[in-house]
Design a protein around this ligand. Structure first.
Ligand code: GLU
Length: 560
């Protein structure tokens, strides 16, 4: 390999390794090299071998040295492009293309919120990468925490997020399956029916001691389980316990409840047909096996559950999926709790699950946050097991990359005040729909005497104080006797320090922008064509907003 070729490759190998945690991908590196040096295309074989070699060399360097070396060549190399971000997730262990089965397993207590989107999208990314199968498993085995609407809303939210679901499984269709698993555990001597009151039982476990029922024979346990199934026990009178290890150093992993009785509330789907409900660890373990899950990605909050579920896998000799637990996410300033939202909706405080004050997926959609932005956000955060604070700023930054190039610009004047313009017969304004895309056309306004425009109160006060203003794309004005006197249309005044203000024609449309804090900004906007309905526009100097209706009033939801 010539020194010159090595140099050309080394730059991109270092860059790639730096962006991907020390691992350099020779194919990606080669792509970059050939893009920069088309003259090397005829020597692709040689370049490929050289890229392999240089990548291996770079991977052998301490990460800090890689970073230093990249910075010395060109610090700009460390800026990730959008496509590179998309590939940032590490490969899964033992993942075979076409054979990967993964799932999202939400409880249908309400629609999805921003917190759920991480698990939904990471799984989706991997299923797509490995051409696998995505299961949406609705875990509805706690009848106290079910909103019947969620069976419809969750799939809608997943579809909106761009998640491709291959199969939907509802756990309340599978009671008999869980009972069968319970029986098998009993027969193996790995489960018992415990009728101790919950607190003393927990205390005994804490002390590593067995309760009197733990030594039940399988026969006895089966009889007791029959009694549970035939309504012979009420709530908290009996539970089926899965045995683990009472001396396990982590008390949370010692014997756990596998099934319990709930007879005070009917199930929205099965009524009172079944009153013995599996607890999450039993139904999750059973289903992860029976549905052929190969990889389970979930939050670190499930670490103890994984340890419990592994007992069931081991008893049956089932092959375990590969588990990955990512760090916990704290989401600041977001209303996410289903029960709070539910109450708020019933009490009339929230307009619905998509009330823009909420952190639900449908509220974000209503505001004009794009699913793609949420996906980019989580890809950027990745699979790390460190706990993080969710950053709305970063989500907005990703969203802006998407909406800024497509959002048409309009004027919206909040707290509007009229201003009469004198000294000119006709004013014509021609503003681009998008400053970077003249081909999209213009918004045109022709104003004839008597001319009145609307300005935001603080802008009008600014004019009063400073004595001059430029109304964007319209004209320059001087303040005189409560009116704006026309002084021409030369942009040059901006260089002299004249401030620029936006404005709206007096015959504009009444507008309301709903803010995420629940307040409403009222004003007048330019009339928007009906095609802007459901789209995100930018109200200049105000922000982006998703248009709900364009007439007879303009209604919009603030995006960011
Ligand atoms: N339904 C449970 C949850 O949402 C189970 C999830 C899992 O096992 O990944 O927390």
């Amino acid at each position: 390999m010539s020194a010159e070729l090595k140099e050309a490759i080394r730059k991109y190998a270092l860059q790639n390794a730096c962006l991907f945690g020390g691992k350099a991908n020779p194919k990606a590196v080669m792509g970059k090299v050939l893009a920069e040096r088309p003259d090397l295309r005829s020597k692709a074989k040689e370049v490929s071998a050289a890229a392999e070699e240089v990548c291996r060399e770079v991977e052998g360097m301490p990460f800090e040295d890689i970073q230093r070396a990249v910075e010395a060549i060109d610090p700009n190399l460390l800026k990730r492009t959008k496509t590179e971000r998309r590939n940032v997730l590490p490969d899964l262990p033992v993942a075979v293309e076409g054979k990967v089965v993964m799932r999202m397993a939400p409880g249908p207590s309400g629609p999805l919120h921003i917190g759920h989107t991480r698990v939904a999208l990471l799984n989706d990314e991997y299923v797509k990468r490995y051409k696998g199968k995505y299961i949406d498993r609705l875990e509805d085995t706690n009848p106290e925490k079910i909103d019947p609407e969620a069976y419809r809303m969750i799939p809608e939210d997943l579809a909106w997020l761009g998640v491709h679901v291959d199969e939907t499984v509802v756990q309340s269709d599978r009671f008999e399956i869980y009972y069968d698993i319970a029986r098998q555990l009993i027969d193996m001597g790995k489960a018992y029916v415990c009728t101790c009151p919950p607190e003393p039982w927990r205390q005994m476990k804490e002390e590593g001691k067995a309760c009197p029922h733990r030594s039940q024979s399988s026969e006895e346990a089966n009889e007791q389980f029959d009694r549970m199934l035939s309504h012979g026990f009420g709530e908290e009178e009996a539970v089926l316990v899965v045995k683990t290890d009472l001396k396990h150093p982590n008390p949370a992993v010692r014997d756990f409840v596998g099934l319990r009785v709930v007879d005070s509330v009917p199930h929205p789907r099965t009524g009172d047909r079944y009153t013995v409900y599996p607890m999450m660890n039993l139904s999750v373990a059973a289903d992860d096996h029976l549905l052929g899950l190969t990889h389970v990605i979930r939050g670190k909050d499930h670490l103890n559950n994984t340890l419990r579920q592994e007992y069931i896998f081991n008893y049956f000799g089932w092959r375990k999926p590969s588990y990955h637990h990512y760090g916990l996410v704290h989401i600041p300033e977001a209303i996410l709790k289903t029960s709070t939202i539910h109450k708020g909706i019933l009490g009339g405080e929230y307009s619905g699950w998509d009330d823009v004050r909420l952190g639900t997926v449908r509220a974000l959609a209503k505001r004009g946050i794009r699913a793609e932005a949420i996906r980019s956000y989580w890809l950027d955060v990745g699979m790390k097991d460190v706990d993080i604070e969710f950053s709305w700023e970063n989500l907005y930054a990703f969203n802006k990359q998407i909406i800024d190039p497509v959002a048409d610009r309009y004027f919206f004047v909040w707290d509007p005040e009229p201003l009469e313009i004198v000294g000119v017969d006709v004013l014509e304004a021609r503003s681009p729909l998008h400053p970077d895309h003249p081909e999209r056309g213009t918004r045109d306004h022709v104003l004839r005497q008597p001319i009145t425009v609307l300005m935001t109160r603080e802008d009008l006060e600014g004019l009063r104080e400073r004595g001059t203003v430029r109304l964007k794309d319209l004209c320059n004005l001087r303040w005189e006797n409560g009116k704006g006197v026309y002084t021409g249309n030369d942009h040059g005044v901006l260089k002299e320090g004249v401030k620029i203000s936006h404005w709206a024609p007096a015959d504009g449309v009444e507008a309301e922008v709903h803010m995420p804090d629940g307040s409403v900004r009222k004003g007048i906007a330019e009339r928007l064509p009906v095609q802007e309905k459901d789209k995100v526009v930018q109200f200049e100097r105000f922000g982006f907003a998703r248009v709900e209706t364009t007439s007879p009033r303009l209604e919009a939801y603030f995006t960011q």
